[in-house]
Design a protein around this ligand. Structure first.
Ligand code: AMP
Length: 285
């Protein structure tokens, strides 16, 4: 496995791979890798020949009061884990290389970035789109794999790719969970033991809604209420939002008669961790 920090070297690596007729699969991450990230690497292995994982904690997608400084950065462990799972390249440029002092550009997608997480994280998705497009230009992948756990991110990136004619196939990976149902996240390390237990209510609520939908409940408010009830039963969690929205437009849905994203964000009381999770009813992302 090669660890690349230079943008020029990354571009050269992909150019050489393409000249040899190899397909480049790409997994963008912020590191603190876990089994969820490895599941994306596995998907890359089924659809590409060489596998590039980026590790870059992107300052532009963090708000001023968010956890950019304390975000975990265990780079050596990450490299070992990625290597053991068949990653070919870790691309880990420095912030100064990605955002030199002269940097002025921003990629922003309208409307669908204002709802759900966008409401409480202004500028977040512009930060995401800017880095994803930059990484695509460094890595020149044939396909890129994103996790459904960050559902709004996938929807926004897909819109950007289509709108701007970016020649990269976006593949969505299912949310990888702990055996107890908690969605894996690099931020789970912040959770206290009690918060870890309370956070199980998130997936429990989502499963209740999925079951009710299978049993014929299509009222979005009823399905949302099932999740709200579960999460609200935990006094150490604060629900930031729980919403049912059409996957295409991210507009609120009244009834689930088209693919509907049931998505929520929760904050924990003690460690102030923000957790997100979701499920899709009646289709896929
Ligand atoms: P992050 O490092 O948290 O920015 O995530 C990098 C990529 O991994 C994103 O596409 C995430 O959606 C994806 N990812 C993170 N956690 C999971 C998970 N539990 N299951 C599947 N994909 C995930």
């Amino acid at each position: 496995m090669e660890i690349i920090t230079s943008i020029a070297r990354m571009q050269e690596y992909s150019k050489e791979a393409h000249m040899r007729g190899l397909r480049v699969g790409f997994i963008p991450t912020m590191g603190a890798l876990h089994a969820g990230h490895m599941s994306l690497l596995e998907i890359s292995q089924s659809c590409a020949d060489v596998h590039v994982m980026s590790i870059f904690v992107n300052p532009k997608q963090f708000g001023p009061s968010e956890d950019f400084n304390k975000y975990p950065r265990p780079l050596d462990n990450d490299c070992e884990l990625a290597k053991a799972h068949g990653c070919d390249v870790i691309f880990s440029p420095s912030p100064a290389k990605m955002y030199p002092d002269s940097f002025l550009s921003e990629v922003s997608v309208g409307k669908i970035t204002n709802s759900l997480c966008g409401k409480s994280r202004p500028g977040h998705f512009a930060g995401v789109c800017t880095i994803v497009l930059k990484l695509f230009n460094c890595v020149a992948p044939d396909s890129a794999i994103f996790g459904q756990k960050d559902a709004q991110q996938v929807i926004v990136v897909k819109r950007m790719v289509e709108d701007l004619n970016v020649d990269v196939k976006i593949i969505v990976a299912p949310t990888h969970r702990e055996v107890n149902g908690l969605a894996m996240s690099s931020r789970n390390v912040y959770l206290t033991p009690a918060e870890k237990i309370a956070a199980l209510s998130i997936n429990k609520g989502l499963l209740k809604a999925q079951y009710a939908f299978k049993e014929g409940v299509i009222s979005s408010e009823s399905l949302v209420e099932l999740v709200r009830e579960e999460i609200s039963s935990q006094s150490i969690l604060t629900l930031e939002y729980i919403e049912a929205v059409a996957t295409g437009t991210l507009q609120k849905s009244l009834q689930v008669n088209e693919p509907t994203l049931l998505a929520c964000a929760v904050r924990t009381l003690q460690s102030k961790t923000r957790l997100i999770d979701n499920c899709v009813l009646g289709g896929n992302l």
